[in-house]
Write a protein that binds this ligand. Structure first.
Ligand code: COA
Length: 247
């Protein structure tokens, strides 16, 4: 099941997950959400960087509208997409979203759940949910605001305006724009930089980045304390100093 709707390519330091429903512009349905949960379970046990991408020319044009139409109040309370995207956001290692074409509705919210977003010039990202009689309830109202600020997030969510790749870059919604043929290699280059660092230092940095404001600076001290005692810190710093002839 997950092999069909979510193509997963596993490597020792990273996993590439491709939303794979190109005939429906990768609209996110329940089976895809189940596959994302399975992948999260795997990455929680064996942490690796995750690259999320789409098939065809799009990332994802939203949650599956045919399934959304059938959902009722109790489904809303279950937060079917929201819970999966929270789990992705909380993965121990970084999540990189490589965005092409449409990233709308739930597709945009999946992208907002990533730590790093890059795009092609074809990106159109936003949340048109109110046009369908619903609201964006899988992360946009808090994550988009955290990423781009209250002014633009409010405008996007209240008007349904999608933004282009250039606009997204200008406001920090994506951190780079690459030709469609280079998108995945650009995501791998980011994963390479992450892989060159100490995985525990990366994990602790992500934990601190995601901690609530009032947890700082205590949480930073606790996490750094563990790193200060780690053999890998000693090894990396000693190697640096020896390379500089400063032992
Ligand atoms: N859910 C289910 N199916 C979707 C979908 C979604 N969110 N987005 C696209 N599709 C399907 C279309 O129904 C169509 O299927 P079909 O070929 O069986 O008819 C197929 O994907 C291709 O989309 P189509 O609409 O023909 O492409 P287009 O280039 O004319 O338009 C979009 C592209 C993205 C502008 C348009 O598909 C759209 O508006 N999608 C919905 C966007 C949205 O509101 N998302 C928020 C949902 S929470």
């Amino acid at each position: 099941m997950d092999d069909a709707l979510l193509l997963v390519d596993r490597h020792p330091d990273r996993v590439i997950a491709q939303l794979n429903r190109p005939d429906k512009r990768n609209a996110i349905d329940r089976e895809m959400i189940d596959a994302l949960h399975l992948l999260c379970a795997e990455l929680e046990v064996e942490p690796r960087t995750l690259i999320l991408t789409g098939s065809g020319d799009d990332f994802a044009a939203g949650a599956d509208i045919a399934q959304l139409r059938a959902r009722r109040a109790e489904d809303a309370h279950r937060g079917i997409n929201a819970m999966a995207f929270i789990r992705i956001h909380e993965l121990p290692m970084p999540v990189i979203a490589a965005l092409d074409g449409y990233a709308l509705g739930g597709g945009a919210e999946l992208a907002y759940a990533a730590d790093i977003r890059i795009a092609t010039p074809r990106l159109k990202i936003g949340n048109p949910e109110p046009n369908l009689g619903i609201m964006a309830a899988a992360g946009a109202t808090w994550r988009l605001r955290e990423i781009v600020g209250d002014g633009l997030a409010s405008e996007m969510l209240l008007t349904g305006r999608t933004v282009t790749a250039d606009d997204a870059l200008a406001v920090g919604l994506v951190s780079g724009i690459h030709a469609p043929g280079d998108l995945l290699s650009a995501a791998h280059a980011i994963a390479d930089r992450i892989a060159a660092a100490d995985p525990l230092a990366i994990r602790h940095t992500k934990t601190a980045l995601r901690a609530p404001r009032d947890a700082h600076p205590a949480i930073d001290g606790d996490l750094q304390a563990e790193l200060f005692e780690s053999p890998e810190k000693m090894r990396r710093m000693t190697e640096f100093l020896e390379r500089k002839g400063r032992r």
